[in-house]
Design a protein around this ligand. Structure first.
Ligand code: NAP
Length: 245
């Protein structure tokens, strides 16, 4: 156990599996009380059950602001504060532009982009009152350099970088920092869907010649969420094995 986040309360969206679950594990190891929020409550409950610190599992759809508000209210009622928001929930609905239908565009934008707006809007209130806070959003290498077949996803993840830089400016006077982590190719259920050819094509672009693991991302999020990053805001840390520089 460390104490980088001792006494802090963190909300992690999409905390039921993958990178979100690993962030929950690393935060709890560093002393944080974690609220894991997911559309899949059973998965969020599993995450919390594995942690050494007190936690809260929440059923939350980040695309629905009423659901986000109910979750943040539950956190404040239980712990009396909210110090850290990690916008991690995300989906893919890949297709080439000419084949992509409106529902694939809307689903990804609603969860990956509007979801970040909703969570920042709701979670920043208790942070502004407390005059302290940390917001860390998970973007993607695809939001930085694009990727054929992911026009919806790349737009959403580039949008997350825009939200990050704007809110860093808006919230700085209240000592709330806002940063992003842009992972490359990380081994999770999301990337397990890729064909062997797509996987090989991704890996061939990685100078460190291996896929990342969720802990690689969680360690960067931990730094940005901690007091050690008090003078870092509006930044993007790329965790991609050198895939984009
Ligand atoms: P994952 O394994 O698919 O996990 C995503 C989690 O988000 C799931 O638990 C999912 O719930 C949840 N979720 C989906 N829609 C939601 C909603 N509307 N509200 C709340 N929770 C929702 O994905 P991951 O690989 O860990 O990715 C985590 C984040 O990193 C995402 O934002 C992703 O875009 C980003 N990222 C991943 C990679 C990578 O290589 N894996 C690279 C760059 C960026 P269900 O269980 O119901 O689906």
């Amino acid at each position: 156990m460390g104490d980088l986040l001792a006494g802090k309360v963190a909300l992690i969206t999409g905390g039921g599996r993958g990178i979100g679950r690993e962030i929950a594990r690393v935060f709890a190891r560093e002393g944080a009380c974690v609220a894991a929020a997911d559309v899949n409550l059973e998965a969020a409950t599993d995450t919390i059950g594995q942690l050494p610190t007190e936690g809260l599992a929440l059923s939350m759809d980040v695309a629905d602001i009423a659901s986000v508000q109910a979750g943040v209210d539950a956190i404040v009622a239980r712990f009396g504060r909210l110090d850290i928001l990690v916008n991690n929930a995300g989906i893919t609905r890949d297709n080439l532009l000419i084949r992509m239908d409106e529902s694939e565009w809307d689903a990804v934008i609603n969860i990956n982009l509007k979801g970040v707006f909703n969570c920042c809007k709701v979670a920043s209130r208790p942070m502004m009152k407390a005059r302290r806070g940390r917001i860390v959003s998970i973007s993607s290498v695809v939001g930085v350099q694009g990727n054929a077949g992911q026009v919806n996803y790349s737009a959403s993840k580039a949008g997350v970088l825009g939200i990050t830089k704007t809110l860093a400016r808006e919230l700085a006077s209240r000592a709330i920092t806002v940063n992003a982590v842009a992972p490359g190719f990380i081994e999770t259920d999301m990337t397990a869907k890729l064909s062997p050819e797509a996987r090989q094509a991704m890996l061939s672009q990685v100078p460190l010649a291996r896929p990342g693991v969720p802990e690689d991302v969680a360690n960067a999020v931990l730094f940005l969420a901690s007091d050690q990053a008090a003078y870092v805001t509006g930044q993007v840390i790329q965790v991609n094995g050198g895939m984009a520089m």
